[in-house]
Each structure stands twice: as C-alpha cells, then as structure tokens.
Write a protein that binds this ligand. Structure first.
Ligand SMILES: Nc1ncnc2c1ncn2[C@@H]1O[C@H](COP(=O)(O)OP(=O)(O)OP(=O)(O)O)[C@@H](O)[C@H]1O
Ligand SMILES: Cc1ncc(CO)c(N)n1
Length: 268
C-alpha cells in the first residue's frame, strides 16, 4: 500500500523549501502527499520578505477536515510560526493519535529570517517535542532549544543530542550540515540508548535551500516503508545527498538555490 504522508508546514513560492519541497520528496519516494498550511511565506532563494500566519483556528479547521476523512501513515511537521499554532498541532497529534511524527523544529531560514516567533521556542520545547517520534534539529536550532552555545564538533553534538532526548522525543537526529569539513555528519540517538553516526561526503554546492525540509520529509515517507527508524533515516540521508549532488542542474534564483529531487526513472 502506498503510504499517505501529511506535511504541516509553511509555504515557499520558489519551491525549494516548506510544503513545496515536502510534496516533491513525498512523491519521489513513493508516498502520497497531503498538507495543512500554517503560514504563507513570501520567500525565495535570497530570503524572506514577509510572513502571513494562518489563523490558528483555521489551522485546526484544516486538520479536522482532513483527518476526519483521511488516515495518514506518517507526519512531517515544519514551520509552525507561533505558540498558538504549536498548541493546535499538538492537540491534533493527541486527538487523532497521529503515527510516525517527525518534527523539524524550524526556527530560522538559511537567510537568517525568523520562521518561529522567539517567544514560541518554549512551546516547541515543552508542548511539541515530547509528542515527536523523531526531531531533526540543525545545530543553531539545537542550541536555541537547549539555551546553549552551538556545538562546534562531534563530541559536543553528542552531548547536546543527549540533552535534547531528555526533553522527551523518542529519537533525535542532530544534523551537522552547519559544520565544515570533507563530510557532513549527523547523529541519531534513540530513547532506547542506540547511537548511530551518519556520514556523507560533503557536496560542493551553494544550492542548499530546503535540505532540512527535504530530509525530514524523506524520513517521514520512508518510515512506513522500512522496518526501522534507523533504516528510514539512512535511506533518507542518501536521498538528500543525491538531491544535493544534482542541485547544480537547476538554475533557480540568484541566492542559495534549491536541491533537485532527481528522478531515476526519467533520468533527470
Ligand atoms: N553540502 C552538503 N553536502 C552533503 N550533505 C549536506 C550538505 N549540507 C547539508 N548536508 C546534510 O543535509 C541535511 C540537512 O542539514 P542542515 O544542517 O543543513 O539542515 P538545515 O539547516 O535544517 O536545512 P534548512 O536550510 O532546510 O533549514 C543533513 O543531513 C546534513 O548533513
Ligand atoms: C516554509 C519554510 N519552512 C522551512 C524553511 C527552512 O529552510 C523555509 N525556508 N521555509
């Protein structure tokens, strides 16, 4: 059966991040995509010019309308913008007993623009993280969630991943994309005590818009199709690395361009 995946996230008119990236990853990896939109974002490869939050009661209306009809097999949660939207989404996870919840704790775009209000970080930490099967913070997000300095090496990443796990998610994938070096290494820790290191060769490209959205969506799509979280995360990282390798085939915008959801069947 083809898995149905739900993305709860904001938009990106340039198609590289947010809901648009999520749908591309869902389709490319054999899923059927559904969406609940939390914020309309005027953004492109060079940055964010304006954010228009969807009223929280309308986020709830989208969730209720969809989930009373459609059964979903996994959920990817991205940009949530405000405390009120976080609370609505957390309530839906409980009410509909949503399975395989992947939370990408989106806070700031690559351009440096905020996508989550500073006063909503507390709600993300205390209300949403304990409901997640997996969280996928990058290094600045991990530091913000913990109120600490950003990790600068793998040892400090390991310590921070442990502390993130203590906030209540079942698993943490701490992404090391923001470090430099010949490889890009992420750490996967689970509440059962498993620790895994995932390493990929660093791709030499500036087209990295949407890497986080693509990875978390790929994990959510693959989880129902793989026997373990570990296998889903490993295959999703391989998919993302491949999307980065093909990114320079695209010529989108003047800033940090998007990754390309390369399709083996078409060969392009
Ligand atoms: N140049 C690169 N080559 C290979 N892998 C990379 C590169 N840059 C990032 N990655 C990988 O991409 C994934 C996303 O990492 P990153 O830390 O950049 O996410 P992010 O900052 O959340 O992205 P976003 O721009 O969507 O917010 C991780 O698995 C990371 O290791
Ligand atoms: C809507 C949206 N979600 C996430 C990101 C993270 O890069 C972005 N730029 N835009």
């Amino acid at each position: 059966m083809i898995p149905t995946i739900l993305s709860i996230a904001g938009t990106d008119p340039s198609g590289g991040a947010g809901i648009q990236a999520d749908l591309k990853a869902f389709s490319a990896l054999g899923g059927y995509g559904t969406t609940v939109i939390t914020a309309l974002v005027a953004q492109t490869t060079t940055g964010v010019s304006e954010v228009h939050d969807v009223p929280p009661e309308f986020v709830r209306s989208q969730l209720d309308t969809l989930l009373t009809d459609v059964r979903v097999d996994a959920v990817k949660i991205g940009m949530l913008s405000s405390t009120e939207i976080i609370e609505v989404v957390a309530a839906a996870i409980d009410t509909y007993r949503l399975p395989n919840v992947v939370v990408d704790p989106v806070m700031v775009a690559k351009s440096g623009d905020r996508l989550l209000a500073a006063d909503a970080v507390e709600a993300l930490r205390t209300v949403l993280l304990p409901r997640a099967d997996l969280i996928t913070p990058n290094l600045p997000e991990a530091a913000d969630l913990l109120g600490e300095e950003e990790a600068t090496d793998l040892d400090r990443m390991r310590d921070q991943a442990e502390r993130l796990l203590a906030l209540g998610p079942r698993r943490v994938l701490l992404k090391g994309g923001h470090l430099s070096g010949p490889t890009s290494t992420d750490l996967l820790l689970s509440a059962d005590g498993d620790v895994e290191t995932l390493t990929a060769d660093r791709v030499n490209t500036t087209n990295t818009h949407g890497t986080g959205c693509t990875l978390s969506s790929a994990i959510a799509t693959l989880r129902p199709q793989r026997p373990t979280w570990s296998q889903a995360v490993r295959d999703a990282k391989d998919y993302l690395t491949e999307a980065l390798r093909h990114a320079d085939k695209l010529d989108i915008g003047k800033g940090k361009g998007p990754v390309h959801h390369f399709h083996a069947w078409w060969g392009n």
